[in-house]
Ligand binder design. Sequence first.
Ligand code: TXA
Ligand code: MG
Length: 341
Amino acid sequence: MITKIWQSTEIPAAAKALQQGKLVAFPTETVYGLGADAFNENAVSKVYAAKGRPSDNPLIVHVATPEQVQQYAVVDQRAQKLMTAFWPGPLTIILPVKPNVLSPVVTGGMTTVASRMPDNQATLNLITETGSPLVGPSANTSGKPSPTTAQHVYHDLHGKIAGILDDGSTRIGVESTVIDLSVAQPVILRPGKITAEQIATVIDTVVDTSEQHVAADEAPKAPGMKYRHYAPDKAVYIVDYQDWTAAVIWAQGQLEPVGLMMPDQLIEIHQLAGMDFVWSLGDNGDSAAAKLFAGLRHFDDQKDIQTILVASMPDTPENAAYNNRLGKAAGGHHFTVEEFS
Ligand code: TXA
Ligand code: MG
């Protein structure tokens, strides 16, 4: 199969492929998604095969309007308020599923379903033109960092999907916040750009934050959280601010180059500007999130690099998504002066 790259002027061609049960990757404000007609069970099954994704890991249904969710899920008042406040935008809402509308292949056999309305006009047009909501896991090979450009999607999935709707680099760069509203007390299952604090203000309820819901010995509520995620093939270490001097000295003492992913301020302090093993994370937490996955992929593709050191961001609610994804890529491993000297 030859994978086509479509521009936003070619939405009819992309929509036609989706109507025929083929797979088309689409841009969102977070990461690229791997689209299939959510009402076509055969098409949805192909998504799992193309990604190499375990079949018990349910998919997010992407809609063009909040009303579309009512076709297949039970929308309560809290959900309505969150949709009004944050859609289109990076918030995925889990609700009870209506019986006999969606295939269990979409929901992983669960009694709930995840939905979101992405903030990308080309993709909203694509969903409307297709005439069905689209399932959309991140359009990467399962276990790899999520794709933030059409080229990342092509790298992982060319030959396996019909095409990619190209809209350049995604703006936010980390996946949406996932909130479970199918339970009495809302729970954040995955941190994202929309924080628990912002959500709590809108629905006037305390929101439980994620980490304790994915403890190793219990069934995680978001099945995807139990798999190794976002991980490149190289060894990745988190470097906290105070350890960068030791980390740069260690890196420069190695025989093989070490990939360094740092904010601009640290690149300047250590006089590393322009060096080809340095990846800028920009000058704040938002830019770092936007550039994280691209940097991991950049170094993953360089054969002589075996180790990547990546800056953590200050521990604030706004940086929770960045630090969460970096933690997963690094398997929780930190650069420490004791271990590396
Ligand atoms: O930003 C995003 O959310 C991107 C873009 C493409 O929209 N999509 C994305 O999808 O990250 P995916 O499939 O890579 O991650 C969806 C997460 C998984 O951890 C999955 O287990 C969880 O949401 N999930 C989906 N349906 C669920 C459900 N009914 N109950 C609990 N967790 C669910
Ligand atoms: Mg994913």
